[in-house]
Structures are given as C-alpha cells and as structure tokens.
Design a protein around this ligand. Structure first.
Ligand code: FAD
Ligand code: NAD
Length: 475
C-alpha cells in the first residue's frame, strides 16, 4: 500500500478525530497521527478532551455532585442513609474507566470508517509531507494531498508560580489527585477554576479561588454571572476577585502564595495550588522550517473562516486556531474541512456556539449577552423565568436559577439565550437550534413543550419576553 494519503490529520482530539472520521466517510484515504501519553505512559487517542479535559472532569463533577447530594439532599426526599463515606479511589477508578471506554471507542470508530490511526509525533514538512516519529525514535515520511493540523492546546504556565506537578499543579494533575486536599488554591476563576474548584469543594476541600479580574465571568451575561456568584459564595467557594498572584513557593508539603488586591498584600497557604489561567495553542515541533504556515503573535495558526492556512491544502482546526477553545467548535471545524476537501459544502456558524459551565447550578448560553446587545445599539426585549416556578425543577429539588431570552424589538429575532439552573447545558440545545434557524421569539412561544419538563423554562422565558408568561408573574 502506498503511503500517499488524501488526508493526514495531526492530532486526534475532538477537532482531529472527527475530521479523520468524516474524511473516511467521504471515502478519502486518511490517517490520523497522535503522540498523547498518559501519566502512566500509555497511549490513547482523544486528545485533551477525552484524556484530561471534558470527559474526566464531567465524570468527577457527576460523582462529586452525587456524593454531596447524598449527604445534603437525600434526607429532604425522605431517604435516610447511614454514615456516608467517600471512597476516592473508586471514584477515580470510575473516572479512569469512563475515559478508557471513550478513548478505545475512537480506535473502533477509526476502524469502522477506514481511518489509519498512527501513534507518533507528526511534523509538517514543506510540500505537504509529514514526518512521523514513533515512540522508539524511528522515522517515516508520509505524503498527503491535504494535511489538517489539529494539535490542540496546553495549559498556560505562570513564571511566578513554577509548576512542579505535585503541589503546584495544572488541571490534568487536579483531575487525578489521589487524596482530597484539605486546602485547595486555584488561580483563575474561569471555566476550569469553577468546575474543578466545585469538584474538590464537594469532596471536602476548603477552596480559595484567586482571580486577577475585578469582574466575575465577564464573558457571560451579567445577570447570570451575578446569580452564579451568589450561589458559589453560598456553597463556600471563596472567590477573591482583583487578586493578583505575586508568587507561590512550595514549602514542606504546602504552598505559600502571595497575592495583592485593593486591600494590599496577602499570604495564603494551601496544600495544592491549581493554575487555571487559560490555555495556549500547542504547536511545539509541529512545523518544520519553510512550510509557509503562519502563526500569529499568540501562537495560533492563522486560518480563514474555512480553516485554510496560507499554504494550499494545509488546514488547521480546533484549539490551535482562533475562536473559543471548545471541543464542539473543533468538531464542527474538523467536519467542515473534511467535507470541503471532498468537494462538498461546509461551513461553521461562529455566531451560534453554545457555552456550558458544568457547575451546580449549571450555566449555559448561546448568542449575545445583554451587555453585548446593549453595546450594539439594537433595541431589545428581555424575558426571564425562574426555575423556582418550574414544577419539574421543584420536583427535582433544583429550583435555583433562571432562563433568560434576549430578543430584537424590531423583528423579534432571538439574539441570546442564557440559563443558570438544572441541566442548563441540555436546555441550551433547543436555543442553539432556534438560533441556527434564525427563529423568532414567537417561534419558541408557539412551540409546544412537554409538561412537566425543564424545557418549559425556555418556553416561559420566551413568553415572558412579551409579558405573556403563564407560570410566573410578568415584570
Ligand atoms: P486537543 O484535544 O488538545 O488534542 C490535540 C491532540 O493533538 C492531542 O492528543 C495531542 O497529543 C496531539 N498532538 C499535538 N501535537 C502533535 C504532533 N505534533 N504530533 C502528533 N500529535 C500531536 N471543552 C468543551 O467543549 N467542554 C468541556 O466540558 C470542556 N472541559 C474541559 C475541561 C478541562 C479540564 C480542560 C483542560 C479542557 C476542557 N475543554 C472543554 C476544552 C477542550 O478539551 C478543548 O477545547 C479540546 O480538547 C480541543 O480539541 P483539539 O482537538 O483542538 O485539541
Ligand atoms: P479561562 O480563560 O476560562 O479562565 C482563566 C481565568 O484566569 C480568567 O478568568 C482570567 O482572568 C484568569 N487569570 C488569568 N491570568 C491570571 C493570573 N495571573 N492570576 C489570576 N487570574 C488569572 O481558562 P481556563 O479556565 O484555564 O480554561 C481553558 C480553556 O478550556 C477555556 O478556553 C475553556 O473554554 C476551556 N474549557 C471549557 C470547559 C467547558 O466548556 N465547560 C471546561 C473547562 C475548560
């Protein structure tokens, strides 16, 4: 068999592996190369998302939430349990097994779609060739008509907070802890800080989150962000805003952190310190001299709206290119590129990308925030519905939060949907579909929603936009 492929994908994360599968579905000869190495040295497809991100974090978020509910909520339902104990080893074993099932699933999907999966490091050479270096150091050059770069991202490190993987750790280390830290510090109140801070708080850690910005979740609608901040505070997550970390030093089995805020300089001692201040595109060793692929000042591979690089037939998708670092955004880009290569239609609607923060209550949104709509100058209407008025949410003992819809005054177009509450991440699917179809608020109002479901909150929020909510007082 010749080594000339129609498509070679470098990276098998949620941007790369769907690109390879779609290329296979399009009857293209395709290989997908990855070099991932787990802490135990084992190889797996799936990238950050499956091995060290989305999936393990959601496994632990689920387990830790069940633990907390068993402790604090089950009695409300009339369920009496004995002494509830945490078995962290089993919880972590389950997390690892969920990950393993998903990553081995990719091998099966590759096989079913005719994708050649290759373990090794891929380097783009000039002329659309790819040098593959195997774990044993052996090298092989493959040729491809098209190359898709999907090398992902890696955590940003802070010079003043030197990572050691044991006490000063990143999100991946924080997912694999084998004991609950008594005191956990987190730098960054972003998505990772809030999700992992929640996991370990539920399991018993005293969690302090140090956030450099003065505002909380600035990318979210501020009504929702304020509501979230109130809940997290009540839960005991100590989030310090405007906190600039000056230094962190391991001393014995603890970390001494020095930070400053409007009140002056402070010290904080924790048992583990997670640095979660964002991620940077990962292109180390990816591009040989003279490929012509352009990388911007922040390290992102430069692409157009169809993920084409400056080099013909070299494409880049996922976290390594501009846009939100989200698995589903990478997946859509990967599939788009594989379709374009096959001569089919492909497009990503960057205006309609859902975001979800898997805390409790969960936070999800799609489209514009009220602040963004206001700044655009377009006149708008707002409808909200509290989960406290939802029969299903009450039955679930999950009445905290609300759904909010922002729609245009002129043509009733849905401009943004924001949810904080139970299953917000699932509920946002309906809103995403509505916005993808350019729905009006009236379209949602006239759509029948099953009763009693959480989705009625979206329906009622849409009704509330025109002061027609039935199950809550219109304001
Ligand atoms: P990656 O998943 O980073 O995959 C890149 C792959 O390329 C890796 O396997 C790497 O080994 C390989 N690679 C790189 N260079 C080479 C090379 N030269 N040769 C061979 N292989 C190479 N996003 C969500 O949408 N939802 C979530 O709930 C969510 N939770 C997250 C939780 C955490 C803790 C973290 C860290 C991230 C989370 N994310 C989440 C973000 C999500 O993981 C990323 O957006 C996503 O993984 C990006 O996909 P990707 O394919 O671009 O890159
Ligand atoms: P983030 O950008 O969400 O948050 C980083 C936070 O750290 C920001 O609030 C920032 O102001 C703060 N920060 C930056 N430098 C700081 C400093 N020196 N001191 C204190 N605070 C500082 O990044 P993240 O939480 O690391 O997540 C990385 C990426 O992974 C994100 O792009 C996110 O989209 C993705 N992710 C997504 C999910 C999800 O979709 N549920 C979950 C986890 C991660």
């Amino acid at each position: 068999m010749s080594d000339v492929y129609d498509v070679i994908v470098i990276g098998s994360g949620p941007a790369g592996y769907p690109a390879a599968i779609r290329a296979g579905q399009n009857k293209l000869k395709v290989a997908c190369i990855d070099e991932w190495k787990n802490f135990d040295g084992s190889f797996a497809f799936g990238g950050t998302c499956l091995n060290a991100g989305c999936i393990p974090s959601k496994a632990l978020l689920e387990s830790s939430e069940l633990y907390l509910r068993a402790k604090e909520e089950f009695a409300t339902h009339g369920i009496k349990l004995g002494d509830i104990q945490l078995d962290l080893a089993t919880m972590q074993k389950r997390r690892a097994s969920v990950v393993k099932t998903m990553t081995t699933g990719i091998t099966a999907l590759f096989k079913a779609n005719g994708v050649v999966g290759i373990q090794g490091h891929g380097k783009l050479l000039p002329g659309n060739k790819v040098l593959v270096t195997a774990a044993d150091g052996s090298e092989k050059t493959l040729e491809a008509r098209n190359v898709i770069l999907a090398s992902g991202s890696t955590p940003i490190r802070l010079k003043s907070v030197p990572h050691d993987g044991k006490y000063i750790i990143d999100s991946w280390n924080a997912l694999e802890l084998d004991a609950v830290p008594g005191r956990l510090g987190v730098i960054g109140a972003g998505v990772i800080g809030l999700e992992l801070g929640s996991v370990w708080r539920r399991l018993g850690s005293a969690v302090t989150v140090l956030e450099a910005m003065d505002s909380f979740l600035p990318m979210a609608d501020q009504t929702i962000a304020k509501e979230a901040q109130r809940h997290f505070k009540k839960q005991g997550l100590d989030i310090k805003l405007g906190a600039k970390v000056l230094s962190a030093k391991v001393s014995g089995a603890a970390v001494d952190v020095v930070y400053s805020d409007a009140q002056g300089e402070h010290t904080l001692q924790v048992d583990k310190l997670v640095v979660a201040v964002g991620r940077r595109p990962f292109t180390d060793g990816l591009l040989a001299e003279g490929t012509g692929v352009e990388v911007d000042q922040r390290g992102f591979i430069q692409v157009d709206e169809h993920c084409r690089t400056a080099v013909p037939n070299v494409w880049a998708v996922g976290d390594v290119v501009r846009g939100p670092m989200l698995a589903h955004k990478g997946k859509e880009e990967g599939c788009m590129v594989a379709d374009l290569i096959a001569g089919k239609y492909g497009e990503v609607n960057y205006k309609v990308i859902p975001s979800v923060i898997y805390t409790a209550p969960e936070i999800a949104w799609v489209g514009l925030t009220e602040e963004q709509v206001k700044a655009s100058g377009r006149e708008y209407k707002v409808g909200t519905f509290p989960f406290a008025a939802s029969g299903r949410a009450r039955a679930m003992e999950a009445g905290a939060g609300m759904a909010k819809i922002i729609s245009a005054k002129d043509d009733d177009e849905v401009l943004g949907v924001h949810v904080i509450g139970p299953m917000a991440g699932e509920l946002i699917g309906e809103a995403t579909l509505a916005m993808e179809y350019s729905a009006s608020t009236e379209d949602i109002q006239r759509t029948m929603h099953a009763h009693p479901t959480l989705s009625e909150a979206i329906h009622e929020a849409a009704l509330s936009v025109d002061k027609k909510a039935i199950d809550a007082i219109n304001r």
